[in-house]
Ligand binder design. Structure first.
Ligand SMILES: Cc1cc2nc3c(=O)[nH]c(=O)nc-3n(C[C@H](O)[C@H](O)[C@H](O)COP(=O)(O)OP(=O)(O)OC[C@H]3O[C@@H](n4cnc5c(N)ncnc54)[C@H](O)[C@@H]3O)c2cc1C
Length: 462
């Protein structure tokens, strides 16, 4: 993977430990940055958000409408040949382990935890299923990268006897074909990653926010006082954030981490970032169905990933979440239908790599921290450590500073994440003339949530 082409960077700000730093957005990108700035000794960090993520504990059921506010998110290490992301995911997993230990031992939990010391990160494994009889090219690249990094022995190929035997010895064999694909379709090409799993997303964010607050980060979380409506500059050259209540917040550095709202706050990112919708459906397993309750528990069921669809084990309330771009299903759950759906906002970048850099033309005083591109959550515990290096002007000396730098909008020579070599990803640049504009799409209604029986579904698979 080559580093993206960059445009001339503005000079980095000369940050001091008492510099006033304002972060817009308390999702994964904003909160991780705030946490690591505080850990690095910055004493005057304020996070603004137009949603009260603290009071709601990032719970999507409490109405928080951001990508980070969710019941669960996948932690995976499979990145094809994008080894920098694979390494970062490994570092994040070590931190998630540490957070599990800290939460288990803590006598000072966030209020919304209500005393719950259970794990936020569950290493239940993730099964990467191939839709065909062959492994995908991306999968083969992933296995090669894992070999190179010395973590291949925790991957189990379903078509490799030695791998299957190793999975048996290590207690993972029951997760090799949980959808009974071999029996149903006569083939099952997949790799079970025993290092992967999922995190309880809203609790992870709330824990990060809680730790940042304890380290002195200030929060203004309010639909008026916390809502940025303009990122500008004062006469003395300092950057400003005007909020909906009319207050002008002056800082030494402003970091815009507004997720899907970032392009509306910073017009400069228009050609680099785009907000797109992702569909998520929930199926509720009743507690009375002990057979399915046990079958879909994380101890028995892995995260499942396949091009176009992914699903989780059930959560503590019996909810199985399925993210999809195609219609498929788990046949055992068909009788329950879909209990709810959610449209979740991705912030896709031109090449699926994050965008963390100073915004050209803003004097090195306004930075953007966004572009999660559907895979940013897992890095919550570690992302900010790399962001701080960039904000301190050391980005060009780090792999992530180079990877996430401001870049040209022309097609990259090689794709940063994924396999679309030489192509601009995600249809960026189609603009309002493109076919994917929300107003041009036909939305499903609850009547569409009922699964049909019979021939229509017989060929469906997950
Ligand atoms: C459907 C879906 C599934 C995903 N699944 C996974 C997964 O399984 N694993 C994984 O690793 N990643 C996953 N991701 C990606 C991950 O969720 C995102 O990369 C990450 O959560 C983005 O965080 P963020 O801070 O950039 O944005 P957000 O979480 O959207 O946070 C932005 C925050 O900024 C605030 N804000 C916006 N505008 C303003 C303003 N004007 N003033 C004040 N505040 C403002 C918002 O209120 C919000 O709190 C998924 C994303 C989606 C959409």
């Amino acid at each position: 993977m080559s580093a993206p082409s960059t445009t001339a960077r503005p000079p980095p700000p000369s940050l001091r430990k008492d510099s006033r730093i304002i972060i817009v957005g308390s999702g994964v990108f904003g909160i991780s940055t705030a946490l690591w700035l505080a850990r690095a000794g910055y004493r005057d960090v304020t996070v603004l958000d137009m949603q009260d993520t603290a009071a709601a504990g990032y719970d999507p059921k409490a109405g928080i409408d951001s990508a980070s506010a969710d019941i669960n998110k996948i932690v995976r290490f499979s990145y094809g040949s994008a080894v920098d992301y694979q390494r970062l995911a490994s570092r994040a997993a070590a931190e998630w382990d540490e957070w599990n230990r800290q939460i288990a031992a803590s006598t000072d939990l966030p209020r919304r935890f209500a005393g719950d010391r259970s794990r936020v990160w569950l290493n239940c494994g993730a099964l990467r299923q191939s839709p065909t009889r062959e492994m995908t090219e991306q999968e083969l690249l992933t296995l090669k990268s894992m070999e190179q990094e010395g973590i291949r022995d925790r991957q189990f190929r379903t078509d490799d006897e030695a791998d299957v035997e190793r999975a048996r010895r290590r207690g993972w064999a029951h997760k090799l074909d949980p959808c009974r694909r071999r029996e149903r379709f006569g083939h099952h090409k997949a790799v079970l990653d025993s290092t992967a799993g999922f995190v309880v997303a809203y609790r992870g964010c709330d824990w990060a926010r809680h730790m940042a607050q304890k380290l002195g980060v200030k929060f203004i979380l309010d639909s008026r006082c916390g809502k940025a409506i303009d990122i500008g500059g004062a006469d003395d050259g300092k950057p400003t954030v005007r909020t909906a209540d009319g207050t002008v917040h002056k800082g030494d550095l402003v970091v815009v981490a507004g997720g899907g709202w970032t392009p509306s706050l910073l017009p400069e990112v228009d050609q680099l970032l785009e907000t797109t919708g992702g569909s998520v459906a929930m199926i509720q397993i009743p507690r009375s169905r002990k057979d399915l309750w046990d079958r879909f528990a994380p101890e028995n069921f892995p995260v499942i990933m396949e091009p176009g669809i992914y699903s989780f084990p059930r959560d503590e309330n019996g909810i199985v979440k399925i993210g999809f771009r195609e219609t498929k299903n788990l046949p055992e759950l068909r009788e329950f239908g879909i209990s709810s759906t959610k449209l979740c906002w991705y912030t896709d970048s031109v090449d699926n790599s994050f965008l963390v850099d100073f915004v050209p033309g803003r004097g090195g005083k306004v930075a953007v921290c966004s572009g999660g591109s559907g895979h940013g959550f897992k890095f919550l515990p570690i992302l900010g450590q790399e962001v701080v290096k960039i904000l301190e002007g050391r980005g060009s000396a780090t792999p992530y500073g180079r990877l996430w730098g401001w870049r040209s909008t022309s097609p990259p020579a090689s794709a940063a994440v994924g396999d679309a070599k030489g192509k601009t990803r995600n249809g960026l640049g189609e603009g309002e003339a493109g076919p994917r504009v929300l107003s041009k799409l036909k939305m499903a209604s609850p009547a569409d949530w009922v699964f049909k029986s019979g021939a229509d579904n017989r060929s469906s698979k997950l």
